[in-house]
Design a binder for this molecule. Structure first.
Ligand code: PLP
Length: 362
């Protein structure tokens, strides 16, 4: 077996222990004589899996009892439409901060259904920073205030959440969920595609305050009705059973290594190693305002596109794969999610160091 260090932004690296456990249980799960993939979603065996996944997520994130946890499908992108269909129904006004492609897409989808104001944007500097948002910018009659918490493509994070008063704060946490402590009670709704820090692509977790449910638009498709999904414990139709099982294994793994507090420490250490190197390098540089740097996605460039390509292919040959930046921005990006070990980041830095010695002309 020859596993590489996979810096993909998503789908991304999973803990080896999780993959090994899934492999061991693949043909015969818990003496059932069948694979989880072959089990009825209405069976006691699967019920135990989905209940355990929810319980673990609640425990790890400290999710208060008045929040519902949904295991849905369609990816984070489907929630861009589900959110207005469920919540843009009071004043029919919402507010958005545009910090990158995912926030823009969420805004465009929401704007099909109501008045969606752009409060602030960092488009002027290629989304390399998080714009300032003061409490005075929040309209008290907004149905929700929307942010993308960690901007996977550009590598920025909201390290301080905007103060939105009584207006529910909604956040896309696809690439930051489980990576650092989050005060769930600060949010009306959190959602995440699983493929960054939680499991296989397609599975999507929604965490929503229960008093916000039950006001959907009449046109809301049944499958996107969060209240119906909550009332049916995410079992209205056949959920992505195998992906939920893998998610449960990831959550068990995270708990076994000390939970979110422990992984946050490791994540900060990994990010600091890479940022420190970038800050001292004469060839490479980070592209993001220092105070807004993500600890999950770290974009960097040499300033020479040809050299960037040489770097990406050289790194690949050295077993450090998927380091090309997003197709819309170029350069490089190292996604260092929970499952990326410190050794992977150290190997990357070592390769960058050697590359710099070879290619930097002083
Ligand atoms: C990956 C990603 C998405 C898109 O997720 P899909 O599951 O592919 O729809 C949305 N938002 C953020 C922040 C992401 O990182």
């Amino acid at each position: 077996m020859n596993r590489v260090y996979n810096f993909s932004s998503g789908p991304s690296v999973l803990p080896l222990k999780v993959l090994e456990r899934a492999q061991a249980e693949f043909l015969d799960y818990g003496n059932s004589g069948m694979s989880v993939m072959e089990m009825s979603h209405r069976s006691p065996g699967f019920d135990e899996i989905i209940c355990a996944a929810e319980q673990l997520l609640r425990e790890l994130m400290g999710i208060p009892d008045n929040y519902r946890v949904l295991f849905l499908q369609g990816g984070a992108s489907t929630q861009f439409a589900a959110i207005p269909l469920n919540f843009l129904t009071g004043s029919k006004k919402a507010q958005f901060v545009l910090t990158g492609l995912w926030a823009k897409k969420a805004h465009a989808e929401s704007a099909k259904y109501g008045d969606c104001e752009v409060v602030a944007s960092s488009a002027d500097k290629t989304f390399s920073y998080i714009p300032a948002v003061g409490p005075d910018m929040v309209k008290p009659d907004s149905d929700y205030f929307y942010i993308c918490h960690n901007n996977t493509i550009y590598g920025t994070t909201w390290h301080t959440l905007p103060e939105t008063g009584d207006v529910p704060l909604f956040a896309d946490v696809s690439s930051s969920i489980l990576s650092e402590r989050m005060d769930v009670s600060r949010f009306g709704l959190l959602f995440a595609g699983a493929q960054k820090n939680m499991g296989p692509a397609g599975l999507t977790v929604v965490i929503v305050r229960d008093d916000l449910l039950g006001h959907k638009m009449d046109i809301c498709p049944t499958m996107l009705d969060y209240k119906l999904q909550a009332d049916n414990r995410s079992l209205y139709n056949t959920p992505p059973t195998y992906s939920i099982y893998i998610c449960r294994l990831v959550l068990e793994w995270l708990k076994s290594i000390g939970g979110i507090e422990a992984i946050e420490q490791t994540n900060r250490k990994k990010a600091a190693l890479l940022y420190d190197y970038l800050d001292s390098s004469k060839l490479f540089r980070g592209t993001v305002a220092e105070q807004d740097r993500s600890i999950m996605n770290i974009p960097f460039v040499t300033g020479d596109e040809e050299l960037d390509r040489t770097f990406v292919s050289g790194a690949k040959a050295a077993g450090l794969v998927n380091l090309a930046g997003h197709r819309t921005v170029g350069g490089m990006r190292a996604s260092i999610y929970n499952a990326m070990p410190v050794e992977g980041v150290e190997a990357l830095i070592q390769f960058m160091y050697k590359f710099e010695k070879e290619y930097h002309k002083s």
